[in-house]
Structure formats: structure tokens, C-alpha cells
Design a protein around this ligand. Sequence first.
Ligand code: V47
Length: 387
Amino acid sequence: MVMATKSASTETKSAPPLNGSNHEVELPDILISDPHLEPVWEKVMAGERLSAEDGVKILETEDFSAVGLMADYAKRKVSGEKVYFVLNRHLNPTNICVLACKFCDYAKKPGEEDAYEMTMDQMLDHLDGDIKELHVVGGHHPTWPFEFYVDMIRELHNARPDVQIKAFTASEIDYFWRRWKVPPEESLAIFKEAGLSSMPGGGAEVFSDRIHKLLLPGKAKADRWLEIHRIAHGMGIKSNCTILYGHVETFRERIDHLILLRELQDETNGFLALIPLEYQVGYTMLRPRHTPPMDDVKMIAASRLILDNVMAIKAYWVMLGEATAGMGLNFGANDLDGTIGKERIAHAALADSPAGLARKSMIASIKDAGRLPVERDALYNEIAVHN
Ligand code: V47
């Protein structure tokens, strides 16, 4: 059953405390040159919820330093000087996909040049070194049976029970229903029993019927994406959430998307992190150029300030590049994601970031931003603080 989502509300109410982590933070003295930001800062100082209109003002302003300081204040209240990272690998088992999303360079049709399907041994090879998290996301394959995915999770888990498996976007879980008639409650229970630990946040794109019609016909819509995460959270499966920005969406559509995520988080408290995904222009070229770095960091700041109930906001270096991601750590982000290994989705769209980073590069980037690197697992349990 598809459940109706509430429309993005603009009401003002207080932000809820975040999982017991409320750091004492001195109020910064912010010199605001854009008068539109003054009421926004008043609300942030008072711990009041921002409205959709406030969010749009943050994206529109040219007063970068004020926005950065506001978001940094909100971030430090949540996690102090800490910036998290995880030793992880991305596993993309196949790029063969029945969908044809207009922003995606990764998906291929069967038999097309560069289409691939990994063997189980190739998948198991991703479990190398001292990784703590395996991120598994792939195409919506036309013929791989549901049982193959269950075996995949079981074998990966049995090979390395110490590695937490974060697998399958809501869009893939929806596809298992559409293709194999396995409802989300059932597929998630089976995957959990086989060793799945949490879910990634992909497939959300932008929660807007206009964008859905334009860019992702046939893919799970907003209501369904949110419903599947609601089900997962109800079963004790934590998840992440994303927004894909920097293509044909409006600022208001971005903020409405964040507010729908905030509403679900109020209900379930099941989201661990938001990852704002910067559109990689690649060959799809919905826009001629990447989002400029200053707009990327404003998007991070807006995410932090609107999503007052989600602990981690990631500066995803794979899509932003290391330099912009480093700046993001001063605009409200408190997570650099992971070491990744061989990532294929952004790199198919010509991302020019390196294929993977080592633990020492993650630590160096976080220290360069003046922050405290904290190594975590997939569920944000702290493993080591690197002073
Ligand atoms: O769902 C596809 C996006 C997502 C492009 O949960 C593109 O921790 C930009 O969701 N430009 C997959 N984005 C990546 C993802 C993710 C990444 C890192 C961490 C987590 C997490 C999740 O990539 C897809 C889609 O939204 N995508 N094509 C593109 N050209």
C-alpha cells in the first residue's frame, strides 16, 4: 500500500534534541550583511525550526560567511568539533538496469558496451583490509532473481561478519516488489536475517512530481521511497537519506524535499545521515556545468539548518571533490563518508575525484579543516578519535 505523505509544512516549532548529543556552544558573533538572513539567525539561536522560506533564503543569499557560521554553530551543537569517517568499500554488483533515469551515466542495458555483472567471487573480493562498512548498491537487473540478492548478502556477511552491510536503496527494495512480488516488509526481514545491517540513502533524487516526470519515469516516487524507509525504521533498520541537486530542480523543490525527510525523521528517528549528492554532469549534461563550490557549501549549510533532527550531514568527497568537501566541514557537515575503494556511479558520470582514499588522507583532510577526526562504523559507533 502506498501511504500519503504530508505536504512540506512551513510551520515554526522547536527543533527536537538530537539523540542526547547537545554540546554547549558559545554563540558566534555573526556580522550579517544580507537582511533576509537576520530572522533565520534569530530562529537558529532560539532553537526554532526553520521554514521552507527560510531554507530558500539560505540557498539564495550571497552572504556565504554568515550562512557558514550559522550552520557551523548548529553542527557544533550536535557533535562539537568531531567529523566522522568510516573505512568502507562500495560494491556495485551490476550496472544493468531496467530504468533509464535521465541523470544517470552508470546504467546500461543487457549486451550494451560496458555492461557488467560481477560474480560472487568478485563481490567477495571487496571485503579487503580492515573495513567496517560495505555499501552495496546496483542496477535494477531484469533477470537476477530475488534469491540471488539474498545469497549475496548471506555470503558477504558469512565471509566477514565483522563488516556491517549497508545495502539496497528504497528504489531497489521497491523493484524487488514490482519484479518478484516480494513486499518490502518481507524482503527487508529476509535481508536482515541474512546479515543486512542498514540501508543507504540513494534513489530519493528530488521529491517532486515535476522532476519525477521529467527525469525518472518508472522509479519509486516520493511516497513510496518514504514508505519503504518508514517500514525499515519500524523494523529497527537504520538508514541514510539523500538529495540529488544541481540539475533542473528549483531551490524550493530542494527545500521541500528536505522538509519531507525531516517530517519522517520526526516520526521514526531512523535516519543516521543525509548525503547531498551533487549532480555529476558526465554525458547526460542536464546542465552544462557542475554546481559551483560556493553553492555546494550553501546546500550543505541549508541541509544542516533545515534537517535539525538528523545527526550527520555528509560532505561526500567523491562527488564534491576533496577541496569542496573540506570546505563543507566548515559549513555544517560533520561526516566525510568513507575511504570508498572503487566507486562506479559517480565515476561513470566522469567525477574527477580519486577512486579511493586511505585512512591517513581522511584524517589529514579533517585536520586541515581544523576539526577532530573520529573513525566510526556504519551505525555511527565511534571506533577511534585521531587527535
Ligand atoms: O541514487 C546517479 C545518484 C546515487 C548521478 O547512503 C548521481 O551513505 C550525481 O546514494 N550525479 C547513489 N549523482 C549514491 C548514493 C550514496 C552515495 C554515498 C553514500 C550513500 C549513503 C549513498 O547516486 C543514486 C543517484 O541519486 N546518481 N547518477 C549523477 N550523474
